[in-house]
Design a protein around this ligand. Sequence first.
Ligand code: NI
Length: 184
Amino acid sequence: MILPIYVYGQPVLRQEAEDITPDYPDLKELIKNMFETMEHADGVGLAAPQVGLPIRVVVIDLDVLSDDMPEFKDFKRAYINPHIIEKGDNLVSMEEGCLSLPGIHENVKRPDRIHVTYLDEELNPHDEWVEGYLARVMQHEFDHLDGTMFIDHLSALRKQMIRGKLNSMVKGKVRCSYKVKVVK
Ligand code: NI
């Protein structure tokens, strides 16, 4: 089932999301719906707050990029209760967009490697260092779980440049190809 994607201005996007317990109701179904929603919107990552749920669940699909990056063939994973516990010192800049910020694309500087802990879809625990493009997407998505959006990382000048678009979004003026939930 395709869920509406919550757009900038929705309070849930600014909330601290909670870890879930293994008995969280219909978790498999939620993950399936999140994958479907993300694919429909042509995204590579989606965090539960973007579908209105303040819980620590993220899906990432990098298979769509595997023509250019063969290491991501069949890469479709869910991350439950992820936490970044350490970040590398080396910062790299890359353009980002977000399904909750339609029409905005900006360069964001982030560490090129991170140390993460999470549970996979089978609830097996993982503790690992991740680098490169996956580290980039993880940081963007896991930020959502702390109520942070990529625009928070921009310089004052760049924020100024996108203020008009953000103000329109908050007023419910959003143009995009997928189903969204705007602020009333
Ligand atoms: Ni996002």
